[in-house]
Write a protein that binds this ligand. Sequence first.
Ligand SMILES: *Cc1c(COP(=O)(O)O)cnc(C)c1O
Length: 403
Amino acid sequence: MKKEVFTGSFTQQEPIPEAAQAAALRVMQSGRLHRYNTAPGEVSEVALLEQEFAAWTGARHALAVASGGYALATALRALGVGPGDKVLTNAFTLAPVPGAIASVGAEPVFVEVTEALVIDLDDLAAKLGEADVLLLSHMRGHIADMDRLMEICNAAGVRVVEDCAHTMGARWNGVMSGRHGVIGAYSTQTYKHMNSGEGGLLITDDAELAARMVMLSGSYMLFERHGAAPGPEAFEAVKYHTPNVSGRMDNLRAAILRPQLAELDAQCARWNERYRTVEAGLRGTPGLDLVDRPQGEAYVMSSFQFLLLDWPPDAVAEVIDKCAARGVELKWFGGAEPAGFTSRYDSWRYAPSAPMPQTDRILAGLLDLRLPLTFSLDDCAQIARIIREEVTDLYRRGAPASD
Ligand SMILES: *Cc1c(COP(=O)(O)O)cnc(C)c1O
């Protein structure tokens, strides 16, 4: 029998909504693309986006910036992290996270990952004495027990910055991701939950941190034109002491994000339908472990992960090749060489790490696929069938027997 082949593209996004296209045109017609270039009485698109994002997250303050990576570095700078400091972070994350730490001259202290793909809270507890800040990556949308995490971090006086690049719209026990730590950081890069090509957002309830982040982002003394910044009094203490590390968002990006924010909750539900379709299609596949999702977690999954735990690397590579031949692109976080978006803690050689055996074991078996909203539910079911057939076939032939 001829084997079915998937023909969709794993990197094709939906078009930018028409309302967003129209808003972008209006900004271009005005010529006022810079966030501080406003007509008398006008509130800029960026300031409006900040107001709306603050309202949507429930945060007191929000700031729009040039990228997610810039948002992370700005959060660290605002917290006073500098050269020689250590910052706790996940060993399983993407390169912009250790990159943000290195960009302020600090060094990551990596924390192990669990089979649930979240930061290992026991390993974290053991390392809390090594740093004052945890840059927590909710990698691939998997959320740790945030009640316990905040309890142990608060007890140790460690401040938490949440990297919500993959959890915009997700919640832990009803509290939105980004609202547990002192600062939440988001990306609006094309592969995240809202698409402005490049872009980032920061939220906090802390007026002083918010004022510092606004100054850092390149506000000059125009902070009164912000949408969700603290009042001028909060800037008195910081405005002469905070360097301008220019990284503002522009009105064009903000204009295309505002209509997307209005649709975001509905889009999140569509991602989760796709995630659950793949999950249902893979459930019970021999040799394949699905990731357990805890009770308290309300996820938003724009990608899918599964584990071929303790399979030898050749067998994992064979699954990837067989699936690729049938149009299903799997990313492997355990590959010996970094490829595409995936890399591992030991390929970030500017940030040396002790060996992390638990993380090595997970990454060696961790496969990942994107679920763009251009996939139909039938597409997702087909993708799951193809993976299931190839994994089952290899498993039956005894390939995964570890040596
Ligand atoms: C994308 C991403 C970032 C950085 O966002 P950019 O907007 O690309 O700079 C940070 N952390 C994680 C986990 C990401 O996936």
